[in-house]
Design a protein around this ligand. Sequence first.
Ligand SMILES: Cc1cc2nc3c(=O)[nH]c(=O)nc-3n(C[C@H](O)[C@H](O)[C@H](O)COP(=O)(O)OP(=O)(O)OC[C@H]3O[C@@H](n4cnc5c(N)ncnc54)[C@H](O)[C@@H]3O)c2cc1C
Length: 440
Amino acid sequence: MPDVLVAGGGPTGLLTAFELERAGLEVLVLERDARPTTQSKALGLQPRSVEVLADRGLLAAIEPHVQARLPAGHFSGIPIDYTDLPTRFPYQLGVEQAYVAAAIEARLRTPVLRDAAVTAVAQDDEGVTVTAGGHDHRAGWLVAADGGRSTVRTLLGAAFPGTSARISLVVADLTLARKPAGLADDWQLPSSRSGFLLPLSGGRYRVVVVGAEQQRLDRDAPVTAAELQRALTAAHGPEIEVGEVRWASRFGDAARQLEHYRHGRVLFAGDAAHIHLPVGGQGLNLGLQDAVNLGWKLAAQVRGHAPDGLLDSYHDERHPVAARVLLSTRAQAALGLPDPDATAVREIVTGLLATPDARRDVALELSGIGISYPDTTGRATDVPVAPDGRAVLVGASPPTGWADRVETRAGTDPQLVRPDGYLAWAGGAGLDTALRRWFA
Ligand SMILES: Cc1cc2nc3c(=O)[nH]c(=O)nc-3n(C[C@H](O)[C@H](O)[C@H](O)COP(=O)(O)OP(=O)(O)OC[C@H]3O[C@@H](n4cnc5c(N)ncnc54)[C@H](O)[C@@H]3O)c2cc1C
């Protein structure tokens, strides 16, 4: 019997499984789809996610698929310079989400059971029974990473308050039968409020459209080549011609977040815990950070050495981060509305974001580099995580009895680094307290 079941083999579920497995747990991922998806919702990794993947040795397999290093993020299309961020990676990596997921899955020992949609969940004092693909699976814990329409969330009746969609957008990956002269063939930050067109690999283009027609159409109406052609003609002139539409979908700006990330023995992560308009490139990155925050805490809980409250600190630390992203993306959605008042506010905000302090605050937030948690002193910038999921103590010796939880390394800059890369102690008094606070 595995220690933990993970519902959903998207990037969040896979990285959670990776973290749990790294800490020595037996894990089983239950995935609805029969085959790994080749469709990529997200096209970018923020700097903090790049750090996390690099520290785990996962970046090398992603690198060959990177199409751009963008030295900026954007706030509703307003460029936000990243070049002075305190990180080894002061840029967004332009890479399709499918390659990120594939790179994590390739490194997993954990089996990913496909064609295994979760349809029932029951929990008791000892564990969780999950029905997936018609079979029952039993484990001590369940991580629900089954995406924005989470079945687990519905089955548990978990409160998911927030706002419903007000605007409707279309995303499509297509080829072009005819390209207008001057169409940029490199990655650029989206700057238009009515959508964008971006070259992907293999001759495909990513199109995002948010026009008047999309607002009139039903959310369930199929996206047609004709609809995409009209939008592209309006944006790029009559020379552009849609070739083959490979994938198309409608999405909106609903913004919702679970009230509680933990429901007994079930923990929610990624889009299953929070949804919002994918503006500013935040969702995938939130999910990856959820995974690394949850992984070591759940592993400590399973192995019986979690201090009181450690597992609940997953909600306490991660809920406010996603709440802030929801606030930010709602503001960005409002700034993008095609109405004169929104245009006026946008002009003011654009001016404010040109000031160094405001720009830097927003850059720290969008990039994830500024994430900090109470009782930590930020993130460690140059201490690779321990391969076996232990904490890392640099430049100091722990009292005896911690070797199973703490790897000791030589160094002149004393620090105690949690397995998710955040600093539990940074020299001076208090090492003992920090060890007990996080790893008792
Ligand atoms: C158009 C669009 C563009 C985006 N662009 C960006 C971007 O540029 N940057 C960014 O950071 N984010 C972006 N996002 C958001 C990002 O794609 C998501 O936040 C990310 O996919 C979340 O990963 P996840 O693993 O939590 O969920 P998902 O990727 O949705 O994965 C969930 C997995 O669970 C599986 N599943 C579903 N139901 C079940 C079930 N009942 N049982 C078992 N398995 C199940 C699914 O098949 C899937 O594999 C974008 C989103 C959209 C829609």
